[in-house]
Design a protein around this ligand. Structure first.
Ligand code: HEM
Length: 343
């Protein structure tokens, strides 16, 4: 499941940006992993110039692989643009818009090929792993709590029915599904730490934080703090519901006890996309499939056994599961796709 979800979110971002599905998964996982690793040379001045853990070589290798991939895509598109006239009303992808900007002499802020590559890298890194991780954690929690899964399915069945798939536009009418996703963001924020650079000396509760300090906001720990959350380690989507409707706590950085997308002007610019993509994806999956989880010995876990699914995390810029989620999706008998085929 881990691999398939990453493939899917990679394809979504790739088709929006580049108009085609390009394989950047391995590079993206490599980048997010290296971001979170402890580099001795960053902390011990004497070792500053030594690359004791081989980071430099890994970074250069990732850079080369990504650069070759994007260079090939941009060159191919430039060739196509030479021979093509833009038609009115034509839907254009992100790369097309950026290449227009490179050619536009009148722009106040000029952008060049290096900027385009950086933006593509940024969006791949920030928008694929995060979305896949959120969906995977939500699915894991539902598999561990079959009653909640059942409730989510009933809601989908009542609101959407079984003649069509869940769509993004349905999500507003699926408060329980939304609560599941908020609860997943609380317990398993895909980006566990948000960083800020202190721009002036300040004093917080008698701690002096000098100008220039890099400050880490531990979003993961805030989401599990009993000061803000009742029984914080319990996965309970109901905490976000008020008389069956979504409460007013959102994930857009206004409620500081829940900051999966950060806050302020550097908060995640992909939030609007993510909060449509994750529920639509999770909703469709639980609408269409039952999942039989396979443990690390290859044994299929059923019923109560599902509760033992491992929930340890792997460190990095993002916080994915330490072990891939391996499960067998079994098509449900009243799956909308089957119904469409039968009619
Ligand atoms: C569930 C999905 C996602 C989560 C949890 C998430 C979370 C975050 C967080 C916590 C930050 C740092 C914010 C801060 O410092 O205050 C961030 C930054 C960013 N995100 Fe997301 N993100 C997600 C999806 C996306 C998507 C789909 C895109 C793009 C299509 C995206 C693009 C970005 C970019 C470009 C930045 C850097 C912004 C900057 O430094 O100014 N993210 N994201």
């Amino acid at each position: 499941m881990t691999e398939e979800l990453l493939k899917l979110t990679n394809n979504v971002i790739s088709r929006m940006m580049l108009g085609e599905a390009e394989e950047a998964r391995d590079v993206v996982r490599g980048v997010t992993q290296i971001f979170g690793e402890f580099n001795v040379s960053d902390f011990i001045w004497l070792f500053k110039k030594l690359d004791l853990q081989g980071f430099q070589k890994r970074i250069e290798d990732l850079f080369q692989r990504f650069d070759t991939l994007v260079e090939k895509i941009i060159s191919k598109r430039e060739e196509i643009r030479k021979n093509k006239r833009v038609k009115n009303g034509e839907i254009r992808d992100f790369l097309e818009v950026l290449l227009d900007c490179v050619e536009d002499e009148s722009l106040e802020i000029k952008i060049n090929r290096v900027h385009i590559k950086a933006l593509i890298m940024d969006f791949f890194t920030a928008g694929t792993d995060t979305t896949a991780i959120s969906t995977e954690w939500a699915l894991v929690e539902l598999l561990k709590h079959p009653m909640l899964l059942q409730k989510a399915r009933e809601e989908i069945n009542n609101v959407v029915g079984n003649t069509r798939l869940v769509e993004e536009s349905d999500c507003l009418n699926l408060p329980y599904l939304q609560a599941i996703i908020k609860e997943t963001f609380r317990l398993h924020p895909p980006v566990p730490m948000v960083t800020r650079r202190c721009v002036e000396d300040c004093n917080i509760e008698n701690y002096v934080i000098p100008n220039g300090t890099l400050v880490f906001v531990n979003v993961w720990s805030i989401g599990r703090n009993p000061k803000y959350w009742e029984n914080p380690l319990e996965f309970r989507p109901e905490r976000f519901l008020n008389n069956g409707e979504c409460d007013n706590m959102d994930v857009r950085g206004q409620h500081f006890q829940l900051l999966p997308f950060g806050s302020g002007r550097r908060m995640c610019p992909g939030v609007s996309l993510a909060i449509q993509e994750v529920p639509a994806l999770l909703g469709t999956m639980i609408q269409c499939f039952d999942f039989h989880v396979v443990d690390h010995k290859g044994k299929i876990l059923k019923g109560e056994d599902g509760a033992v699914i491992d929930v340890s995390e792997r460190p990095g810029l993002t916080a994915p599961r330490a072990h891939d989620l391996v499960c067998v999706p079994v098509e449900r008998s009243n799956c909308p796709q089957l119904n469409v085929l039968a009619s």
